[in-house]
Design a protein around this ligand. Structure first.
Ligand code: ADP
Ligand code: MG
Length: 185
């Protein structure tokens, strides 16, 4: 199982990390983005959807009220579903979301608040957890800081087939350094 962990120090860095990930994404794939409110799930989704070439960064907004946004890449018709289940009470499945046909296609589905999703699929699943990271010993409750830790869990190693290999050692490379820098992140 591959795991990548990184620390970002700005929303732009989180978006950029999402863009980089897209080199490894192949449809069909389900990306589950977990983490508290404000952890950066939508910010990461901006990078993923724009990196896939399906929308401009600014056109990716939170589907908090509509629950689902669908993007289509002009070049090949690839569909990207951006789902946010924050406002759902109880559990949702693809039928209640009107997405029952989605699994018949080869799409990329990004789900925020995946704990509320009841889903049976044979699509490869990649889990991405985002969390606030205390800065210079500031308590975690202080969510004003810009440090975020992002952990990508890829149990079936499906990201390996992408543009470049993911190895467990990625987290040790300078690029994905998670030791604290002088900024305290
Ligand atoms: N390193 C960072 N990564 C992502 N977002 C950050 C970061 N630092 C600060 N932010 C801010 O935190 C907020 C994250 O919001 P959002 O992506 O909508 O979170 P979520 O979808 O998890 O609720 C934004 O206001 C963003 O500007
Ligand atoms: Mg969000």
């Amino acid at each position: 199982m591959a795991e990548i962990r990184t620390v970002t120090r700005s929303p732009e860095a989180t978006t950029e990390f999402g863009r980089e990930l897209t080199a490894r994404l192949r449809a069909p794939m389900l990306l589950l983005l977990s983490g508290e409110l404000g952890a950066g799930k939508t910010t990461l989704a901006k990078g993923i959807i724009s990196g896939l070439g399906a929308a401009k960064e600014d056109d990716v907004t939170s589907p908090t009220f509509t629950l689902v946004h669908v993007f289509k890449r002009q070049a090949d018709g690839l569909k990207i579903y951006h789902v946010d289940l924050y406002r759902i009470s109880g559990f949702a499945d693809l039928e209640s979301l009107g997405l029952e046909d989605a699994l018949a296609e080869s799409a990329i589905m990004i789900v925020e608040w995946p704990g509320k999703l009841t889903l049976r699929t044979d699509w490869p699943v990649v889990r991405i957890h985002l969390e606030h990271r205390p800065q210079n010993g500031t308590p975690l409750e202080n969510e004003g800081g810009e440090c975020r830790q992002i952990t990508v869990l890829d149990p079936a190693d499906v990201l390996r087939d992408g543009g470049f290999a993911v190895t467990a050692d990625d987290s040790k490379s300078a690029k994905y350094k998670t030791t604290r820098g002088s900024d305290g992140c």
